[in-house]
Design a protein around this ligand. Structure first.
Ligand SMILES: [Zn+2]
Ligand SMILES: [Zn+2]
Length: 349
């Protein structure tokens, strides 16, 4: 005989709650799979992966500059024994090009514009088998400095309405080259996710007279359930409505809408906390695939009291299924508080 109790215990009981991301207003289903513990999300098969320090066919390895078709836009000095530390160049297959302009035109009832923008690649380290999770703090400091210098430089051009810096690590995250690298995109258009966030934050500011992220920081600092690391300038924690298992935010304590406005000391502190977070992920989850991005204000919101820039890390430990693609609602099959505890337990060992 069909038993509703049995049916419910097999299916529905795992759905715990739907949580709202206060920055975007988006709702996320938090539905930990029964019997699955945070450690079960660890990436499998890391032992098989033997990547050499140098690959003769890799265009980003030191000494292989002959493979590159674009000159370097900038290079930072090597730390330790490294010949150089970071390099920036145009993407070989750019999605956007700076030679175009931002004028809109009509095609019937539709709008169109030339593919104006910058699409740059940042080589994060001279060694082929290096990754952010294994870099030393001075090396990560050079990566942050490179991000910041390119960000501020590109924001000088009024056509650039936003600059987004991101990294894809691992096949699941969509990377095509093993050599550690990041990408930067500057555009004359504003993507809807930034627009939505700015509008939501403005609504919150109108209601309460405060920045939503400043309120989140205060709350997480007191609550501590999801907290990871902190220093004088930054907090890192798993957000309340994490979209995926082990999503992490690194947020500056000082209110600043734009990443471009942080001072030298904050860049030092960012390198320090970023290294700790990425190393912990590497150790605890076996070098997981991930995407991270710096989410800063658009040009015209760069001094607003309601926007607060932050760095978002999104590990790729699960795959989206039809439910998420069809409904646009994410399901996180883990509990943010448990994930934070799992990561913190490494620190106390
Ligand atoms: Zn390489
Ligand atoms: Zn703020």
């Amino acid at each position: 005989m069909f038993s509703l109790d049995k049916y419910q215990s097999n299916h529905y009981i795992t759905i715990m709650e739907i949580r709202q991301n206060k920055l975007t207003g988006e709702w996320i289903i938090i539905s930990p799979e029964r019997g699955k513990r945070p450690g079960d999300f660890k990436k499998k098969g890391i032992e098989d992966k033997k990547i050499p320090e140098y690959d003769k066919d890799c265009p980003f390895c030191d000494g292989n500059e002959k493979y590159l078709i674009h000159p370097f836009i900038m290079e930072t000095q090597g730390v330790n024994e490294n010949p150089w530390q970071t390099r920036v160049l145009l993407n070989k297959y750019p999605a956007l090009t700076p030679e175009k302009d931002v004028s809109r035109s009509k095609k019937g009832i539709y709008l169109t514009m030339p593919a104006y923008g910058h699409h740059e690649v940042i080589i994060d380290h001279p060694k082929h088998n290096m990754c952010i999770g294994l870099m030393q703090e001075e090396e990560i400091r050079a990566v942050i400095e490179t991000y910041w210098r390119r960000y501020t430089k590109l924001m000088e051009d009024e056509r650039n309405l936003m600059v987004i810096i991101f990294q894809n690590h691992g096949v699941q995250a969509g990377t095509s080259l093993v050599h550690p690298h990041s990408q930067l995109i500057a555009t004359g258009i504003v993507p809807s996710h930034l627009r939505v966030r700015e509008e939501e934050s403005l609504r919150y500011f109108d209601d309460f007279g405060r920045c939503v992220m400043c309120d989140i920081l205060n709350y997480e600092n007191k609550n501590r359930e999801r907290m990871l690391f902190e220093n004088d300038s930054f907090l890192s924690f798993i957000p309340f409505a994490a979209e995926v298992p082990f999503e992490i935010w690194i947020v500056p304590r000082k209110h600043n809408a734009s990443f471009g406005d942080i001072c030298e000391e904050e860049r030092d502190k960012l390198a320090s906390i970023f290294r700790k977070v990425m190393h912990l992920l590497y150790e605890r989850l076996n070098d997981p695939d991930y995407n991270y991005m710096i989410l800063s204000a658009t040009r015209y919101a760069a001094f607003e009291p309601h926007i607060h820039w932050y760095l978002r890390i999104r590990p790729r430990l699960t795959t989206q299924a039809g439910f998420e693609i069809g409904s646009g609602i994410s399901i996180n099959p883990s509990l943010p508080e448990e994930n934070a505890e799992f990561l913190r337990s490494e620190l106390n060992r």
